[in-house]
Design a protein around this ligand. Structure first.
Ligand code: ATP
Length: 269
């Protein structure tokens, strides 16, 4: 049997940006970023607005090409893969997602199966089974026949994660998965991301909430003005000095336990 390049099981879930640079017009947005994501990890990418987080995700997904440097998925160059091959390895949960048609939740999750079948073929038993498994895992089976555009923002976020799970890619990349989520959904999503990593996925998220990042991640990377300045375990990375350099404000950090901390902005003066 002929094996697809880079399908080595031991490297599944590994994604690496190696010294990537990216320019918009003549402005350098990413200035030599190196980041490795391994199977079993949840990595949070923190940075101020405009730091280049989404741009870095777009490079890792092959949506744009670096002006310098390279991205590897497993041990193959991302640039050598077709978009379908990338989609079998990496699933993307975007910040905003709308559909022009009144698709049901089940149909939206089924879209995650497209990379696995030919464009014009009907979904097979295995596709429906993957959808059902994803809905069950996210505990949203009850939403399956609702119209996607008619459910809440938090529910839609869970549906998009279910769609990514149905894709059965070993890596999940989520761009600000917390936007518009209530506290309950934030806690649930943190737990789902950790469960996914425990099940052998690698997960990369961008986020603006240090507390969520501390709780959900096994590693945190800080992106400041297009450069990755720190990368390590949450308790090594998040402190008053690093949060000041990220956001330019004074923050009090209270360590509650090894994987729980609270962050309070200090009143000026
Ligand atoms: N299509 C574009 N054309 C020109 N500049 C762009 C384009 N998209 C993004 N930029 C610029 O690139 C920089 C990085 O943007 P990016 O969206 O990656 O930041 P971000 O860290 O994800 O920000 P946010 O937290 O606000 O989502 C910003 O200065 C932005 O204005």
């Amino acid at each position: 049997m002929q094996r697809e390049a880079g399908s080595d099981v031991s490297s599944a879930g590994r994604v690496e940006a190696r010294d990537v640079h990216f320019c918009f017009d003549k402005r350098e947005i990413l200035k030599g970023v190196s980041l490795v994501l391994e199977r079993g990890e949840v990595v949070s990418l923190l940075g101020a607005n405009g730091a280049g987080k989404t741009t870095l995700l777009r490079l890792l997904l092959g949506l744009v090409a670096p002006t310098q440097g390279e991205v590897f998925v497993g041990n193959v160059r991302l640039a050598s893969l077709t978009s379908r091959q990338i989609a079998t390895r990496i699933a993307y949960v975007p910040q905003v997602h709308t559909t022009p048609f009144p698709y049901t939740v089940r149909e939206v999750v089924l879209m995650g199966r497209l990379p696995k079948r030919s464009l014009l073929s009907s979904p097979r038993e295995v596709d429906h089974a993957a959808v059902q498994t994803a809905l069950d895992k996210l505990e949203i089976r009850h939403l399956a026949d609702r119209v996607y555009s008619g459910i809440s923002g938090g529910e839609r976020q869970l549906v998009l994660i279910a769609r990514a799970l149905a894709q059965e890619a070993s890596t999940l990349i989520l761009d600000e998965p917390l936007s518009n989520l209530d506290f309950g959904y934030q806690v649930k999503i943190a737990q789902h991301l950790k469960d996914l990593a425990r099940d052998g996925h690698s997960v990369l998220i961008t986020c603006h909430d240090p507390q969520f990042a501390y709780q959900a991640s096994s590693r945190i990377a800080l992106l400041i003005n297009g450069r990755l300045t720190q990368d390590g375990h949450p308790h090594q990375i998040l402190n008053s000095a690093s949060l000041r350099s990220l956001y330019g404000i004074d923050v009090e950090c209270v360590l509650l336990s090894k994987d729980r901390a609270a962050f309070f902005p200090r009143e000026p003066g």
